[in-house]
Design a protein around this ligand. Structure first.
Ligand code: MHO
Length: 211
């Protein structure tokens, strides 16, 4: 697969409940080049999964802004949660936009104004990102990690950071999680560089989850 990174990369940071799912969902979006999960939005120093403090579970999405815009990603975020639902019992799972730049802040404010005009309380947490702490390896590309046969394909070729940053891993994780269709998979699977057995395994998982 052509994994050459674009010249300019922008990053979006969202919270959408447990971070396993948005990692998979956004990993399959065209023009997303990398994803990773972590903890953000709080003040506790060096959070971990078992000592998350006042952080939330978040996903970082690196994307090519010449192919998809921040407002477009924000739109996907917006329809992926219910902003009118009062905050989750746990801060850890809050839906959140953690904006990183003044331009992102303006896009979020604009979106918020439009949504507020429609009426109803909006509970989505909106705040600037101060720091993003990577989550433990076992949370990165979580669904893919549950498939040892597919993991073998990556263990052969990548170290841990390469795996987390791999676009192929992000996509395969999305397919394993059931976020992509079999017809889309068929279009791109030959570019993933998987062995014949790996391709077969992934196709089997996707056909099972869809039909
Ligand atoms: N323990 C929950 C959520 C995990 S998530 C990383 C589960 O097993 O679904 O918070």
């Amino acid at each position: 697969m052509n994994t050459k990174l674009p010249e300019t990369i922008e990053t979006a940071t969202f919270g959408l409940g447990c971070f396993w799912s948005p990692d998979a969902q956004f990993g399959l979006i065209e023009a997303v080049v990398r994803t990773r999960v972590g903890y953000a939005g709080g003040t506790t120093a060096n959070p971990t999964y078992h000592n998350i403090g006042n952080h939330i579970e978040a996903v970082e999405i690196d994307f090519d802004p010449s192919q998809i815009s921040y407002p477009e990603l924000l739109e996907i975020f917006w329809i992926s949660h219910n902003p009118h639902q009062s905050p989750s019992w746990s801060r850890q799972y809050m839906d959140a936009v953690l904006y990183r730049t003044e331009s992102q802040r303006q896009c979020v404010e604009l979106k918020l104004d439009r949504e507020k005009a429609k009426g109803g309380e909006i509970y989505t947490l909106i705040q600037p990102l101060t720091q993003f702490y990577w989550a433990e390896d076992y949370h990165q590309k979580y669904y893919l990690r549950q498939e040892p046969e597919l993991m073998k394909e990556f263990d052969r070729t990548c170290d841990r950071t390469q795996f987390i940053n791999s676009l192929v891993a992000a996509k395969v994780n999305g397919y394993v999680a059931g976020c992509g269709s079999l017809s889309n998979l068929e279009r791109e699977i030959r570019n993933f560089g998987l062995s014949a057995a790996g391709c077969q395994k992934l196709e089997k998982i996707v056909s099972r989850s869809r039909h």
